[in-house]
Design a protein around this ligand. Sequence first.
Ligand SMILES: Cc1cc2nc3c(=O)[nH]c(=O)nc-3n(C[C@H](O)[C@H](O)[C@H](O)COP(=O)(O)OP(=O)(O)OC[C@H]3O[C@@H](n4cnc5c(N)ncnc54)[C@H](O)[C@@H]3O)c2cc1C
Ligand SMILES: *[C@@H]1O[C@H](CO)[C@@H](O)[C@H](O)[C@H]1NC(C)=O
Ligand SMILES: *[C@@H]1O[C@H](CO)[C@@H](O)[C@H](O)[C@H]1NC(C)=O
Length: 467
Amino acid sequence: MKIRGLKAALNGDKRYPAKIPTSAVDYLVVGGGVVGLAIARRLTQKFPEKSIFLVERNASAGQETSSRNSEVIHGGLYYPPNSLKMRLCLRGRELMYQYCKENSVPHRRVGKLVVAQQHQVPYIETLYHKTQQLPWPPHSDPARVHEPVVPARLVERDEVHALEPDLSSKIVAALLSTETGIVDSHSLMESFEREITEAGGELVYSTRVVRVDPHAGSSQAADHASEEIAEDGWVVQTVTGDAEESDALLARNLINASGLAGPMILNALLPRDERIPMYYAKGSYASYRGPGVSRVSHLIYPSVGSGRTLHGFQSLGTHLTLDLDGNIRFGPDIDWLNPPPMEVRDDVEVANPDFWAKHLVADESRLPQMYEAISEYLEGIQLEGLQPDYCGIRPKLVGPEGGFQDFVFRTDYPDSFVSSAKRAVRSGRETSPMITVMGIESPGLTSSLAIAELVVDDMLDKEEDRK
Ligand SMILES: Cc1cc2nc3c(=O)[nH]c(=O)nc-3n(C[C@H](O)[C@H](O)[C@H](O)COP(=O)(O)OP(=O)(O)OC[C@H]3O[C@@H](n4cnc5c(N)ncnc54)[C@H](O)[C@@H]3O)c2cc1C
Ligand SMILES: *[C@@H]1O[C@H](CO)[C@@H](O)[C@H](O)[C@H]1NC(C)=O
Ligand SMILES: *[C@@H]1O[C@H](CO)[C@@H](O)[C@H](O)[C@H]1NC(C)=O
């Protein structure tokens, strides 16, 4: 089956006409997932004098991808050396442990084993050698740079089975990552929320962004007769709850961290043939109660880069995760969703960008396949012990054949979208950025504090300096 990308845009059905904003805010963050919250938190610390709003369409934070993942603090084994995923995972991991400790967020450094059968040994060896050459990422503590950034070692058969006696006898070696851990993502997000409100930031829930327009303020504000706000920015229309009417406000800086719907805002501004397609890959988890796992104490991952399932860039394979209560869960597998075909009638789109919501049920049908994958490394488990648990959707920027895709941070200015005549007069001012954070799949939870550091300290702070 060929998987299509969905090229839907915000306000594609043209329901909301343009409006004049009646109020303004310095920073507006769209999306109350772990990434949006981390960014809003960092903004309140960095710019305490500014007004900072976060809007989230659900009644509370973290209802989407951020509450449907493995809650693993990744050690940083897998991503290409110079990628943002690698850099932000490593920096994010350090910040995460520090943050959890200082703010009493439940977490544990349980460690992780990537286990290998004989034919998979070259895979873990390659992984090991790659990690040992990695440099510490930007912003790291200079005192640490002589230590390896990914503490890991290759473990031979006897030690592997001593560490994890339940492993299948086919497992002959493993890569042990000692910096991998687990975190209670809900407590983490609650802690971010608390800090944001205490610092004077506003969390606005049950409110969705329905339209965004670039706003190039007049350069001669004093001559301007109208009431219109004479500033650059983005006119953001929001709808709260079941309201019929939208509210319009001017955001001087806009940060779009809307997760699965991320590209929709941008798509609304781009010509239809330049739009960014969005792909959706579902991952299901199964809980497990039964024999064969009683002595498990690490996270256990298969070697995915080799063998029949060459999908290391798509997912990390059906692995064993532990939560902080010691429950065992397997997953996530990978199942690409096909969005319904998008129709355009009289320039009006008929598309449902939330089509994936109905797929958020973990079903029985995936269990036999999962059982088969797990039996490759745990021989004592039973199919009957697996129960469908929950599932999550990975926001993908490339489809199944796409290969590696990094996180994307894109900056746009209102001037890039206003008419060329107006732009000439204004000489293409680069003020009032909109930063769009796209494709934040795994390791997005691990990276969240580092993503916030990149967006606020490296990108937005420079914009402030330029003024
Ligand atoms: C199966 C699976 C397993 C994973 N496992 C791990 C892991 O073990 N470790 C790890 O580090 N990462 C993991 N990840 C990745 C991690 O979960 C994500 O990277 C992270 O949660 C993304 O957070 P986010 O804030 O970008 O997105 P989201 O959590 O999706 O938040 C976006 C928010 O924006 C809101 N929104 C959207 N549109 C609008 C609008 N128009 N107006 C207002 N609000 C809007 C949504 O309601 C949502 O709450 C996993 C992901 C998946 C799918
Ligand atoms: C979050 O909002 C979206 C869009 O309105 C909706 O489809 C989804 O069901 C909501 N999720 C929860 C948990 O309320
Ligand atoms: C926000 O980002 C998403 C991609 O993550 C994108 O689909 C959406 O168009 C963006 N919104 C705006 C207003 O640019």
